[in-house]
Design a protein around this ligand. Structure first.
Ligand code: SF4
Length: 459
C-alpha cells in the first residue's frame, strides 16, 4: 500500500517536472517547488525542498541561476537530471534507502564513488596513475554488477573517479545501459572532442566535473603543458551542446586566492560551468609529509568557507566546499553518506581515507557497508562538537588511528600506512589539528549564530 502511494506520488512529481520543462517561467518554477514540497511524505526530502524554496524566494542570484540553467540546458540533459538525479535518486531512491535502513538497522550511503580504472592519459606531478595497466582495471562486467547492486539499494547517483574516467571508453556503454542512473565523472577534462561531447548529449545522464587548479600557469604547472587550453576547449564543446557540467579544484596555499577570486568564477560561468567543488588539499599522496607544505593554514581554511558562501550568494553559480560545508551534513560523512570503491575493489570509507577491511571480489557492497569498521565509524560521528573540525585524519587524528587498529583495517596503498604508523608524520598531523582548533572554534560560534537566525526564519 505504502509502495503504491510512493509510486503515485512519484508519478505526480514526474508530471510536475514535465510541466516545468515545457514552461520555464519564474512563476512555474515557484509553483514546482511549492507543489513538490507537498507531494513528498519523506521528512528529510521535505526539509530540503522547503529550504530550497525559501532560498529561491529570497535570493535573486539563485533565481537567476535556475532561470538561466533551464533556458540554456539541453532538454535531454535537464530531463535526465530531474528524472534520474532528483526523481530516482533523491525521491524514490531515498524512500528505498530509508526502508532498507529500517529493515536491516543499517545506514546506506547517499552516494557511491568508484574508480573503474587508475589509468590516465596525463602524467601529472606526484600522481602514480602511470604505474597502472589495463589489467589493473575493474572489469566492465563487475562495474555493471556493482551498478545493479547499487540500484537494488536505492543508490542511483554514482561519482566516477580514477585515473581518468573517460580513458576507459567501455564506461560509456554502461552509462547507456543504466539509463535510469545519474553519473558524475571527475575528469582531467582533456579528452573531450566532438564525438565524446555528442555522445554525452545523446545519453544525457552524465554531468562531468573537470579539474582546474587555476588558470594556465597553475593547471599546466601541475598537469603538463597545454592541458589548460584542452580543458577550456572541452568546456566550450559541452557548452555549445547545452550540457550540464562543472569544475573541481584542489585548494592549496598556492592557489586559494586564484580559484576563489571573482574573476575566476566569472570565467567559469562564462565558460558554461554550473558548479564548482572545492577540496582542501589533503596530505594523502606518495609523500604525505611533503604534502603538508601545501595544505591551507587555519585562517585560509576558514577563508575558503567564507569565499564559497559568498560565491553562492552573489553569483548565479553553485559551489560546494567539501570541508566547510560539513556542518550541513553533521560532520564527517565517511562510510555514512558515501564510500569509495578503488580500482582493486577495496571499499574505503572516504576518498582521502585509504583503509579497508573488505574487498568486493568476495563480498557484496551491502556486506562491506555493514562491516564492523564502517559501523564503528558511523557510530563515532560526528567526531567533534565543532562541525568545522569534521575530519578523522587531520582534525580528530585519534579516530583514524583507533578505528584502523581496532578493526585491523589494511592500508590500500603503501603510503597510507604512514597516517597510522609514521611517528613524525602523525606528530605533524596532531600539530595541524591543534593549530586549527582556536580558529575553528571561533568560526563555528559565528556559524551557529548566523544559522540559528536563518532556521528561525524558515520555521
Ligand atoms: S574523513 Fe575527512 S576527508 Fe573523509 S569524509 Fe570525513 S571529514 Fe571528509
Amino acid at each position: 500500500m505504502k509502495k503504491q502511494m510512493d509510486k503515485k506520488l512519484k508519478g505526480m512529481f514526474m508530471n510536475l517536472t514535465s510541466k516545468v520543462l515545457n514552461n520555464k517561467s519564474e512563476k512555474n518554477i515557484d509553483y514546482f517547488l511549492k507543489t513538490a514540497d507537498g507531494l513528498t511524505k519523506n521528512y528529510a526530502l521535505n526539509v530540503q525542498i522547503k529550504a530550497i524554496h525559501e532560498m529561491y524566494k529570497e535570493k535573486p542570484e539563485l533565481r537567476k541561476f535556475i532561470a538561466e540553467t533551464l533556458q540554456t540546458t539541453d532538454k535531454k540533459s535537464l530531463e535526465k537530471f530531474l528524472t534520474n538525479f532528483v526523481g530516482n535518486h533523491n525521491w524514490s531512491g531515498q524512500v528505498e534507502r530509508v526502508a532498507i535502513n529500517d529493515k536491516h538497522d543499517t545506514h546506506l550511503p547517499y552516494v557511491a564513488l568508484i574508480s573503474p580504472t587508475m589509468r590516465c592519459n596525463l602524467r601529472c606531478e606526484g600522481c602514480y596513475a602511470a604505474d597502472y595497466k589495463k589489467s589493473d582495471d575493474i572489469s566492465i562486467e563487475k562495474v555493471d554488477s556493482l551498478f545493479e547492486e547499487m540500484k537494488s539499494l536505492g543508490i542511483y547517483w554514482v561519482i566516477i573517479l580514477g585515473g581518468e574516467p573517460f580513458f576507459k571508453d567501455e564506461m560509456m556503454k554502461l552509462y547507456e545501459k543504466h539509463h535510469d542512473m545519474y553519473f558524475t565523472p571527475f575528469t582531467n577534462g582533456s579528452l573531450f572532442d566532438e564525438n565524446l561531447a555528442d555522445e554525452l548529449k545523446r545519453l544525457g545522464n552524465i554531468m562531468p566535473m573537470s579539474s582546474l587548479e587555476g588558470y594556465e600557469a597553475e593547471t599546466d604547472g601541475r598537469r603538463g603543458k597545454g592541458v589548460y587550453d584542452k580543458v577550456k576547449q572541452g568546456m566550450s564543446l559541452l557548452k555549445e551542446r547545452g550540457l550540464l557540467f562543472g569544475v573541481s579544484s584542489a585548494v592549496t596555499n598556492k592557489n586559494i586566492e586564484t580559484v576563489t577570486s571573482e574573476e575566476f568564477i566569472d570565467m567559469l560561468i562564462e565558460s558554461g560551468s554550473k558548479m564548482s567543488w572545492y577540496f582542501s588539499f589533503m596530505p594523502v599522496g606518495e609523500n604525505p609529509m611533503a604534502d603538508t607544505d601545501l595544505m591551507l593554514s587555519p585562517d585560509e581554511r576558514i577563508m575558503l568557507g567564507e569565499r564559497v558562501t559568498k560565491i553562492r550568494s552573489t553569483k548565479p553559480y553553485f559551489a560546494i566546499d567539501f570541508f566547510n560545508d560539513a556542518p550541513y551534513v553533521d560532520g564527517c560523512i565517511a562510510g555514512r553518506e558515501y564510500l569509495h570503491i578503488n580500482s582493486k575493489l577495496d571499499v574505503e570509507p572516504c576518498i582521502f581515507s585509504h583503509f579497508a577491511v573488505d574487498n568486493l571480489k568476495d563480498k557484496t557492497l551491502f556486506e562491506a557497508i555493514n562491516s564492523g569498521f564502517f559501523k564503528e565509524l558511523r557510530s563515532r560521528q560526528p567526531h567533534n562538537d565543532n562541525l568545522l573540525m569534521p575530519c578523522m585524519m587531520i582534525d580528530n587524528t585519534n579516530v583514524i588511528r583507533e578505528v584502523v587498529k581496532k578493526h585491523d583495517a589494511y592500508p590500500t596503498h603503501e603510503s597510507a600506512r604512514k597516517m597510522v604508523e609514521d611517528v613524525q608524520f602523525m606528530r605533524k598531523l596532531d600539530e595541524i589539528s591543534k593549530d586549527f582548533k582556536p580558529v575553528a572554534d571561533n568560526a563555528y560560534t559565528n556559524f551557529k549564530m548566523k544559522h540559528q537566525k536563518v532556521s528561525e526564519k524558515i520555521n
